[in-house]
Design a protein around this ligand. Structure first.
Ligand SMILES: O=C(O)CCC(=O)C(=O)O
Length: 276
């Protein structure tokens, strides 16, 4: 199963796919956990941040789980970015994707019929030279229409020192932006770069304490710098979409129906994996 953004195989044809890529404002008049102000912020800026989901103790347990998973993966010769589509392999990650405190926030933005389809640890090791170049998530994905949002759960504290994510507020209003394939010397974890991204606005740093989340639109320009600090910076990205979204190129196989209905049973709805 291909990862959510990391492999290059899809760039051969993805731009040929009939996709409707543009931001659709959230019109929810009766949010259950978000405030109207947060929804207005999401619509205007393309993100919200600093939402506490887990206590220090709870995120400490999640971090201990991740530490042993990472140690296993590194021992197998894989790198710290390779744990992706993790909900299809690890029950503990499936549980995070399905966590009702998290999905309640996403349902307020994407509606009652909700699919979780992606889970990828973006773990920048201490002094990690890898960057994430400016990009829009939806550009990578064979999905239409663009009605996905990403929850970034801070496993470690993430700040300017250890290369927290950066967003360009409002950039989600510009439609699908032209990108180029990244240059080798960008050290990009991914492979697309939107050149001169900063013409779309002033970047902001998304500092989060461990256990907090940010949520960003699939059309928002975002990225992160190299980690020049001696501290790890790990976040778990979890991708959600409205169940009406159609996934192409077999990506429906990753989608778990977490709330509401999927009348045409488009999403494969895989079960929770037995192994933690
Ligand atoms: O964690 C990062 O630095 C980048 C993550 C990202 O690109 C995403 O969440 O879509």
């Amino acid at each position: 199963m291909a990862d959510d953004k990391i492999t290059r195989y899809q760039d051969v044809e993805i731009d040929e796919l009939p996709r409707d890529l543009r931001f659709r404002p959230c019109e929810n008049k009766d949010p259950k956990v978000l405030t109207r102000a947060q929804i207005d912020t999401f619509n205007r800026d393309g993100y919200i941040k600093g939402i506490r989901i887990f206590s220090d103790e709870q995120i400490g347990e999640i971090r201990a789980y991740f530490d042993q998973l990472l140690a296993k993966v590194l021992a197998e010769g894989r790198d710290a970015y390779s744990i992706n589509s993790a909900h299809l392999t690890y029950g503990r990650v499936f549980d995070l994707l399905a966590n009702e405190r998290i999905t309640a926030h996403i349902k307020d933005l994407l509606g009652e019929h909700l699919v979780g389809w992606g889970s990828h640890f973006f773990c920048k090791m201490p002094r990690d030279r890898k960057t994430v170049s400016w990009h829009q998530d939806a550009s990578y994905w064979p999905m239409t229409p663009s009605k996905t949002a990403t929850v970034w759960l801070a496993i470690d504290d993430a700040d300017v020192d250890n290369a927290c994510m950066r967003f360009i507020p409002g950039s989600h209003h510009h439609g699908h932006l032209t990108y180029k394939l990244s240059e080798e010397d960008e050290n990009n974890v991914l492979f697309q770069t939107v050149p001169t991204a900063e013409q779309y606005g002033e970047p902001i740093d998304v500092e989060l304490k461990a256990g907090e989340i940010s949520i960003h639109s699939d059309m928002l320009l975002h990225g992160s710098k190299a980690n020049t600090s001696g501290r790890r910076r790990c976040g778990l990205t979890m991708r959600y979409c409205a169940a009406e979204v159609r996934a192409l190129q077999g990506w429906h196989l990753k989608g778990v129906l977490l709330a509401g209905d999927d009348p045409q049973q488009h999403w494969a709805n895989p079960p929770r994996p037995a192994q933690d």
